[in-house]
Design a protein around this ligand. Structure first.
Ligand SMILES: [Zn+2]
Length: 369
């Protein structure tokens, strides 16, 4: 129906008629990825299987503090305590897939179950079997970011990848320099930056994180917000990584604190989008994950092929063209390969032209009106 109203608007343009909603190819897409955030925490909040395990396995320093913050009687109360914006605002106004307890399953199709293969599957719409490491190399697959940039003739600044890990920069495009890409510690070039973004960028080089490869998500997030306001990208991919870092560090308490913080990033991002002309009511936010992790106290900190649970992921969508289905129940199985086509449908673009092997859009994710 979006397509039809765009057609009508063109047809009747000489009569100065306008449509209330933007034509689909005028929409914006923001993709946010939260590296390795398990379905257990997203749908159930604090997981007692992990929190109640011996300290050597949970890594929780003060269990009373953690339980006071995030321990509640029911899964619904726990997840709302952990991620209040996600569950009270985003989910009811959009759709959330992947709660296996309700009969909604989202899995990765690649057989690696770690980051680069996951991001590549998200961005190319299919598993890419030659990707078997997180090495910082580019692969010759057009990504959905490349495709939108090419097909809509966008300026290099109008498609942007900003994230806390250099791997995002390599997964974003088959070619360096196609559009704006920013790795873990890179500074935004002066013509695209502001004094505030410059300061955040310098701080990002100074704040020491758990692992040398990753920078601080709070700083990355605010750099991305600055970029959004200044350069008005049509498509932005914000890659956050500390959910994976704290889990690998086996600190369940810090992981939960981080997820609460990241929920605040989503809230600020969504509120900022609704405060900006061009984005308000015209932007779809897709939030998803590259892989899950283990399900047990022994292996929750890890992921990889063979660690059961690493294949289980989730997808959340909110935007002007997404029905308010909330948390979906008894839903057809969906895969990580379906994210790219879902993004393209909101821009009125055909995923089969992008990649004939790509998964289809998530069923029912486009409003019928
Ligand atoms: Zn990862």
């Amino acid at each position: 129906m979006q397509r039809l109203s765009a057609f009508c608007a063109t047809l009747l343009g000489s009569l100065a008629l306008t449509t209330a909603s933007a034509a689909p190819n005028e929409r914006n897409i923001v993709l946010v990825t939260l590296d390795g955030l398990r379905i257990q925490e997203l749908f159930g909040g604090l997981d007692e299987v992990i929190a109640g395990a011996p300290e050597a396995e949970s890594g929780i320093y003060e269990i009373d503090v953690t339980r006071k913050r995030y321990g509640r009687a029911t899964a619904q109360e726990r997840r709302e305590a952990l991620m209040p914006f996600f569950w009270k605002t985003l989910a009811p106004a959009g759709m959330v897939l992947g709660n296996q307890a309700l009969g909604s399953k989202v899995t990765v199709r690649n057989n690696q179950w770690f980051s680069y293969p996951g991001y590549s599957e998200i961005l190319t719409g299919a598993p890419q079997p030659e990707i078997k490491s997180n090495d910082f190399v580019r692969y010759p697959h057009e990504t959905v970011l490349d495709y939108v940039h090419r097909k809509l003739n966008l300026k290099p600044t109008e498609v942007a990848q900003i994230g806390s890990w250099d791997g995002f920069k390599f997964a974003a495009s088959q070619k360096d320099g196609t559009f704006f890409m920013s790795g873990a510690y890179g500074l935004v070039p002066p013509e695209l930056s502001t004094p505030e973004m410059d300061l955040l960028g310098r701080m990002r080089q100074q704040v020491i994180e758990n692992w040398e490869e990753s920078s601080n998500d709070a700083l990355t997030f605010h750099i991305a917000l600055g970029y959004l306001k200044k350069n008005k990208p049509r498509v932005l991919w914000l890659g956050l990584g500390q959910s994976d870092d704290w889990a690998h560090a086996r600190r369940y308490d810090r992981l939960l604190d981080y997820l609460h913080l990241a929920d605040g990033f989503l809230a600020e991002l969504w509120q900022t989008l609704q405060s900006l002309d061009g984005y308000r009511g015209n932007t779809t936010l897709v939030v998803t994950v590259d892989h899950g992790r283990g399900r047990t106290p022994a292996d929750w900190a890890d992921h990889d092929f063979g660690i059961e649970g690493s294949q289980d992921i989730w997808i959340a969508i909110i935007g002007p063209d997404t029905p308010a289905l909330g948390e979906v129940k008894n839903f057809p199985d969906v895969t990580q390969s379906d994210v790219a086509a879902t993004m393209l449908q909101y821009l009125g673009m055909d995923y089969r032209e992008f990649n004939p092997k790509a998964g289809p859009p998530v069923p029912g994710s486009l409003k019928a009106d």
